[in-house]
Design a binder for this molecule. Structure first.
Ligand SMILES: NC(=O)C1=CN([C@@H]2O[C@H](COP(=O)(O)OP(=O)(O)OC[C@H]3O[C@@H](n4cnc5c(N)ncnc54)[C@H](O)[C@@H]3O)[C@@H](O)[C@H]2O)C=CC1
Ligand SMILES: O=C(O)CCC(=O)C(=O)O
Length: 529
C-alpha cells in the first residue's frame, strides 16, 4: 500500500503523535528535533503534508525541497511564517488551527498586563536572586479605572476586552473590519479614530501581521501617546516598531512594555532585553497544556484529512469554502468546470481570456465559479497539476485574462452560467444551468440553443442546415462502428446548425477528418468530459 507521508516539523503535544502514528495508510515522521535547513529538507522531500509551528519558516527554499507537498498545517493562528503566495503558486493548500490557542493568548496578555502594572518579575528577581526585601521600591498601579485600547477585535482581542471589563477597566477598540456591534454588545467602545487608542493608558494589539499592520505603532504614534503609557504585544513582533519601542521605553515615555513576540525570533540578542522596564516571554502565547493539546488534535486531524484528500479544514488559500455554500451552488461549480474543460477541448489555441458570466443568485458565487472555470480550461493543457489553489495564479502567469460579469437579469433560467474562452484562433461560449434534482445541462453553445448532458464522448459538428447532413454523419459513424448514444441539434436563423453527438465509442482523427470533409461541414471537434 502506498503510504502518505506526514512530517511534523516543530514540537507538538503528544496527542498529535498518538493520532498520526497509528494510521496504517500514513507514514508519520517526527522531525521536531531535526535541525532546520538541509536535515529538515531531507525529511520533507517526499512529504505529502507537513505540520509546523511558528519556528519553521515555510519559505521558497523549503518549498523547493518539498516536491510532493500538497498541504501545510500551521499548528496555530498566524501564518506570517508561511509564504502564502508561493504555496498558492505551487498548488499547496495552507491550513491553520484558528481558535485552539485563543484563551492561552488572552490569558498571557493579562499576565503581561499585570506584570507591567506591578513590575512583577523585577520584584520577584530582587527577592529571589538578590535576597532583598524592599517593599517601598515596588509601588505599582491598578487596572481598575484605566483605559485599555485594543487594536484588533477578533478571537483574542474581543476576549481580552471582555475580561478587561471584569477588571473594571474602560475598554475601547479599533478594528475597521468588524461591525461596531461586536464590540458595543459586549460593553466595549468602538472607534474608527486611531487617536482614541493612542490616548489610552494601556494599549494592546491583536491583529495579524500584514503589510497594513507592520509598524502600526511607530515613533509618530508613540509621540501622541500619554506619558507613562503601557504597551502590550502578544500578537506578532514588528507590529510595534522595535526601534521606536526601545527609544520610547528608554526615555520613559512608555512606562513599561509586556512583549511575547519579536520581529526576529529566537530573540536572544534583541536590544529590548537590555531594558529594565520591559517584561518578556519567548513567544509563549499558545503555550498552555490545554491549548497545545487542542492544537495537536486539530492539526493532526486536519493533516490526516488533507493527506487522504478528503477535505481541507480551515484552508486559507483555497478560494472555495464548500461547507459555507448553500447546496444549490455545488452542482453549478461542477458544471462550470466541465464547461471550461469542454471549451478548451473545442477551442484549441493559445488562451487569451476566460470569462465567466453568471445570471441569477448564482452570481453571488462568481469568484468560485471563476476558479472552477479556470481549472476546467487549464486541465486540458496542464492535466492534474492544476488545482483550485493555483488555478488563477497559473492563468495570470500565462498572461490569460480572467474576466467576469454578473447579470442581474436572467434569460429565462433561474440561474445560468456561461464560460467564454477566447484563444488566438476562436471564441467559444458555453452556457449551462441546473434543472430540478441537480440535473446538469448545457443549454447553449455559441448561441445555438441546445439541451445536452455534459458527459461522455461528444462530437460537435457545425454545418449549413441543408437536408441529408444528419444521414451522412450517421453513415460515417456507423461505418466505423461508432454507436450514437444521443443526438442534440441546435439551429439558428441564418441557416446554420450545431449538432452535439454523444457516442459510446472512441472517435479517431481519421473519422473526424471524414466528417470534416462533408460538404455541409463548417467545423468539427471532439471532446471527452
Ligand atoms: N503569541 C502567541 O503565541 C499567539 C499569537 N497570536 C496572534 O494573535 C493575533 C490575533 O489572533 P486572533 O485573534 O486569533 O486572530 P483573528 O483573525 O480572530 O483577529 C484578528 C483581528 O484583527 C483585525 N485586524 C486586521 N487588520 C487590522 C488593522 N489594520 N487594524 C485593526 N484591526 C485589524 C481583524 O479584523 C480581526 O478582527 C494574530 O497575529 C496571531 O498570530 C495568536 C495566538 C498565539
Ligand atoms: O505556538 C506557536 O507556534 C505560535 C502560536 C502563535 O503565535 C499563533 O498561533 O499565531
Amino acid at each position: 500500500m502506498h503510504k502518505r507521508k506526514i512530517v511534523v516539523c516543530d514540537h507538538l503535544h503528544k496527542k498529535a503523535e498518538e493520532i498520526l502514528a497509528k494510521e496504517q495508510d500514513i507514514e508519520y515522521v517526527n522531525a521536531a528535533d531535526v535541525p532546520k535547513g538541509g536535515p529538515l529538507y531531507e525529511k520533507i522531500k517526499d512529504a505529502d503534508v507537513i505540520i509546523t509551528r511558528s519556528s519553521t519558516p515555510v519559505d521558497k527554499e523549503l518549498l523547493e525541497h518539498a516536491k510532493n507537498l500538497k498541504a501545510i498545517v500551521r499548528a496555530g493562528v498566524g501564518v506570517d511564517n508561511v509564504d502564502m503566495e508561493e504555496c498558492s503558486r505551487r498548488g499547496i493548500i495552507v491550513m491553520n488551527v484558528p481558535t485552539a490557542n485563543t484563551i492561552a493568548a488572552v490569558e498571557l496578555t493579562f499576565a503581561h498586563m499585570l506584570s507591567c502594572m506591578r513590575a512583577f518579575p523585577y520584584a520577584h528577581n530582587q527577592l529571589k536572586l538578590e535576597r532583598i526585601w524592599k517593599r517601598e521600591a515596588w509601588i505599582g498601579n491598578e487596572l481598575k479605572g484605566k483605559k485599555l485600547g485594543i487594536i484588533g477585535f477578533g478571537n483574542i482581542g474581543s476576549r481580552v476586552g471582555k475580561r478587561a471589563l471584569a477588571f473594571e477597566m474602560e475598554v475601547i477598540t479599533y478594528d475597521p473590519y468588524i461591525s461596531p456591534e461586536k464590540a458595543t454588545n459586549l460593553g466595549v467602545k468602538y472607534t474608527t479614530d486611531f487617536n482614541d487608542i493612542l490616548a489610552c493608558d494601556i494599549i494592546t494589539i491583536h491583529t495579524p501581521k500584514t503589510k497594513e499592520t507592520i509598524n502600526m505603532i511607530d515613533r509618530e504614534e508613540i509621540a501622541k501617546m500619554k506619558d507613562g503609557v503601557i504597551l502590550i504585544n502578544c500578537a506578532r513582533g514588528g507590529l510595534y516598531n522595535e526601534d521606536a519601542l526601545y527609544e520610547g521605553l528608554k526615555s520613559g515615555k512608555i512606562k513599561f512594555a509586556g512583549i511575547d513576540v519579536f520581529a526576529k525570533e529566537p530573540a536572544t540578542d534583541n536590544k529590548l532585553l537590555e531594558l529594565d522596564n520591559v517584561t518578556v516571554t519567548p513567544h509563549l502565547g499558545a503555550n498552555t497544556e490545554e491549548s497545545q493539546e487542542k492544537i495537536a488534535i486539530g492539526a493532526a486531524t486536519q493533516a490526516l484529512e488533507a493527506a487522504r484528500g478528503i477535505s481541507y479544514p480551515n484552508a486559507l488559500n483555497l478560494p472555495i469554502k464548500e461547507d459555507e455554500m448553500p447546496p444549490f451552488v455545488k452542482p453549478y461549480l461542477e458544471l462550470t468546470q466541465k464547461m471550461g474543460f469542454l471549451a478548451a477541448q473545442v477551442n484549441k489555441g493559445a488562451y487569451k481570456s476566460i470569462k465567466v458570466i453568471a445570471e441569477g443568485e448564482i452570481g453571488e458565487y462568481i469568484k468560485s465559479l471563476i476558479t472552477f472555470a479556470v481549472v476546467g480550461v487549464l486541465k486540458e493543457s496542464l492535466g492534474e497539476t492544476i488545482n483550485y489553489v493555483n488555478a488563477e495564479f497559473v492563468a495570470k502567469e500565462r498572461g490569460i485574462e480572467i474576466l467576469s460579469k454578473k447579470n442581474p437579469e436572467t434569460s429565462g433560467y433561474k440561474n445560468k452560467v456561461t464560460v467564454k474562452l477566447t484563444t488566438d484562433r476562436d471564441i467559444i461560449e458555453i452556457s449551462g444551468t441546473i434543472f430540478e434534482e441537480n440535473v446538469q445541462r448545457i443549454v447553449d453553445i455559441n448561441h445555438f440553443a441546445l439541451d445536452v448532458e455534459p458527459k461522455g464522448k461528444m462530437i460537435l459538428f457545425k454545418n449549413t442546415d441543408v437536408p441529408g447532413v444528419i444521414g451522412e454523419v450517421g453513415m460515417i459513424l456507423a461505418k466505423h462502428n461508432i454507436n450514437i448514444a444521443d443526438f442534440r441539434l441546435g439551429r439558428d436563423n441564418h441557416g446554420l446548425a450545431l449538432a452535439v453527438i454523444i457516442v459510446d465509442d472512441d472517435v479517431s482523427k481519421d473519422v473526424l477528418k471524414e466528417l470534416a470533409d462533408l460538404k455541409a461541414c463548417l467545423s468539427v471537434s471532439y471532446a471527452i468530459l
